[in-house]
Design a protein around this ligand. Sequence first.
Ligand code: IMP
Length: 421
Amino acid sequence: MNTAVVGLQWGDEGKGKITHLLARGAKYVVRFNGGPNAGHTVVDRGVRLATHLLPAGVFFPGCTAVLAGGMVIDFEALREEYDAIRRHLGEPPRLAIAENAHLILPYHRVMEEIEGSGAHFGTTRRGIAPAYRDKAAHVGVRAGDLAAPDGLCGKIAERLESLCRQWPASEALRALSAEKMCAALLEAAEPWRDSIRNVAAELRCAMERGDAVLFEGAQGALLDVDFGTYPYVTSSSTTIGGIAPSIGAAVPAIERRVGVVKAYTSRVGEGPFPTELNDPVGTHLRTVGGEFGTTTGRPRRCGWLDLVALRYAAALNAVNELAITKLDVLSGLEALKVCTEYRVGGRRVESFPLSGETLAVCEPVYEMFQGWPEDLRTLTKQSDLPGAARRYVEALEDSLAAPATILSVGAGPEQTIGTGL
Ligand code: IMP
């Protein structure tokens, strides 16, 4: 059976923990979008680790961790992450890297600074948008190019020259050397020379054989380049629909489609956020929830749960299960608000607007829920949930028309209850 785990908000829903829990029995765990802008926190055998490029499959010896064609890969960042995980495991994890995945090179990070998109959109400044733009503009460099170092260096030199012509005043660009960049890239990628291959064909065969494949989404539905709150989005397809082009399979059969929902909302970076709280409740959520970026360390903006946005994200992904995370963070709040619709100029809006500009003028309409004082972190069964917490979960299930099969009440793998494990 194939499974996909995707975020239904603006990222940081806690997908790392959920994919790590579900990866155990998988033959392949596939990251299908984004790059080192992601930050997935995983507690593996008592050790807290962050992954940025590697999917959760790296933690299990029988599993191949795949970096698929829809990703953009920074090999120097990958090397650092891989070495840390190899030390933790005591053996090298099994990797497969798609030959058609594009590379992030140092000039992509420079471009992000020159163009000011980092400051303007609050990006992670990992060169994500410039790398995807080069891909679309046919001037990108791909993992498969590493097999022919001369051609690779030629492509990098040509692109760098073109950028220097375009931005003649940039000292940062002029300081880059194509030769050095190429040498550093070849050295960083050395351990994976044999792992860079036609991953698409391999995955198609694996799925035909019936091997269990787990697809690990990065970011969240509301950051999707096409369906998110444009222009405040990332540059890749973050929804289940992004899997097909990333792995080169027309309509992959994915029986379990798990939407990960944090029990409240957070957003990092710029962009509209109707239920944002700039008050002591927002501070409670940020502090108790440890809401600081795994990749950038930035404090996350926090707010109430938004069912308008979630219904949209659940439909986009056709989710048939929910994993609700960080339910424990709500303990101690007397009353909880849940946004059920928006209002714009006195008019009711029940569907999520496609444009970030429209969303910016939407005001949330709230339904009140009773809070609960009980600490949920040591619960072992769903039936032990306090009544108020159960009603909160049921409201989410009803609104999104999918059962909550996994409830997470702490960072550790043991702090998870539900039937979906
Ligand atoms: P980029 O992906 O670095 O281009 O950033 C674009 C937007 O997506 C910014 O608002 C980032 O903060 C946000 N973003 C990118 N990756 C993540 C993530 O993994 N979690 C949360 N927000 C993210």
